[in-house]
Write a protein that binds this ligand. Sequence first.
Ligand code: AMP
Length: 398
Amino acid sequence: MNVLVLNCGSSSLKFQLIDTASEAVLKKGEFERIGSDESFYSMDIPKVEETKYKAKTHTEAVAKLFELMGDLKDTVCAIGHRVVHGGAEFSGSVLVTERVLKGVEEVSHFAPLHNPANIGGVRACIELLPKIPNVLVFDTSFHSTMQPKAYRYGIANADYEKFGVRKYGFHGTSYAYVAREASKMMNRPLKDLKMIIAHIGNGASICAIDGGKSVDTSMGLTPLEGLIMGTRAGDIDTAAAVYLAKKKGLDFDGLVSYLNSECGMLGMAGVNDMRPITTRVAEGEEQATIAFESYIHRITKHIGALVAVLGGVDAICWTAGVGTNRHDLREKVMSKFEFLGAKIDPELNILHNGIGEGRNRTGEISEEGSTVRTFVIATNEELQIAREAVKILETCEC
Ligand code: AMP
């Protein structure tokens, strides 16, 4: 059973074809700059190549993808789509119907850059391969287990009810994958474990998970809340945001765009990629150091708060681009949790850092005897989407 996994952005389309029996990736690549004269696609699997291809729309990119798949196209039994926002309506993955797509469109105002692109990819698949079932997997649905005390903001009840303004949380597909991997590595059932997972990539959030269920998370109505991220400000006094908008002459959309795209590490250190920041911190450069220390401080604070919400923790897991590659960040944050019994082994921490000879990103980094165990786990959202698609197909009569 092969599942095609699609992740459509506003001008990109990432794809993986996954054999769900062996979980092997048969094809992997990305179309970029869709709609522009410079559009192209690149392949990572089966071999690395980059080809110019003018795709004016996502439908053209999907058509080209099906052509590139050759005979493998006939082996696809389902297409799994990443959808960023499912609002309150979608508490799990679903098989696509017209009613489902309407429901997703109705919550698109919460993710105006992402949801329309995600739906565009689904519509392209329906048009080009009408017989293949499509499954939607939402970033938000993992957090549907949060209780009102965790997801409610302190706003008027009528406004919450009328506008649906509450925390939804994101990165749910990654949390589901990492939680399951951690439970396998601990050889303990997920239902018995309290976990903190730190998904620290360009977008970053932290989740408290009890018995496999999300209890609380740092992101909110949109992915803007919480940690300082690559380009997002994270938590900020709303009055400070409004003051900035007035001073900078920004309207509402301009303010949201500024807080999403011009702040975070980009705004504080001039670059959103952690790699050059590492070098600048090592050279003692002030702005980069303040930015990096603030970034670490915010992560530490959120983990601390979420451990308290859980009332204890069995495992702390690090994932995503920064979480798996920055041993110094993990060391600094984890040093604050030694009082809980979470001690890491400095050598293991470096060993499970990045990819290189003798290195493997996924592994346990706890010191022997540590009562709280710490892991570095490379996330695999595409595989999780493929697993979800199989689960949905097995439970429906399609
Ligand atoms: P993600 O959003 O999970 O793909 O993570 C992307 C981010 O991970 C990049 O913007 C970098 O900041 C960070 N990153 C990736 N590789 C490394 C590395 N080798 N060292 C430090 N940071 C890295």
